[in-house]
Structure formats: C-alpha cells, structure tokens
Design a protein. Structure first.
Length: 94
C-alpha cells in the first residue's frame, strides 16, 4: 500500500503498491513517474519554490506558497493518483 498525505505545504508518500514484484510493479512505476514529473514540472514550469527528497519507497515535496500553475500541476497529479487508485486500490490517502 502507498500512503499519500497531501497538505497545504507539501506532499509525503511512502510504501509500495505491491501489485507485482519489486522492479516489475507497473503501478509503482506509474506513480513514481507521475511524481517525478510533478517535481520536474514544478521546478521548471512555475515560480513555485519547492524542496524535494526522494528515496526508494519515499517522497517528500514541500513548498511555501504554490503559484496558480503550481496549484494546477498539483491538482492534476492528485487526479492521476485517484484514477490509478480506482483501478488498482493500492493508495491510502491520509
């Protein structure tokens, strides 16, 4: 199970989808790709200042005040997670 906590000032995620063996889990891969894309997009397409920390099975992203583009990207990322969860039931939103 992947635990996702979205707060006003950031995102914390940890865990694994456990839909397949490590290294072959397409659900974990999809969520990781969406989250890496969020980090890169916030850094390169917005004025939102972020700090990101990633490790195996863990991601932390923090910000002070996302701009409008940043808010849109965060909302889009969240909608993607909800869609993945509807199909695979592997995310717990905390």
């Amino acid at each position: 199970m992947i635990i996702v906590a979205v707060r006003e000032n950031g995102i914390r995620m940890h865990g694994h989808a456990e839909c397949s063996v490590n290294g072959q889990d397409i659900v974990c891969s999809a969520i990781s790709a969406m989250t890496c894309n969020l980090i890169n997009s916030l850094k390169n397409l917005t004025q939102t200042k972020i700090r990101a920390e990633t490790d195996i099975g863990m991601t932390k992203i923090s910000w002070e005040e996302p701009d409008e583009k940043g808010k849109l990207l965060i909302d889009s990322w969240f909608l993607g997670l909800v869609a993945v969860n509807q199909n695979y039931n592997c995310i717990e939103f905390a």
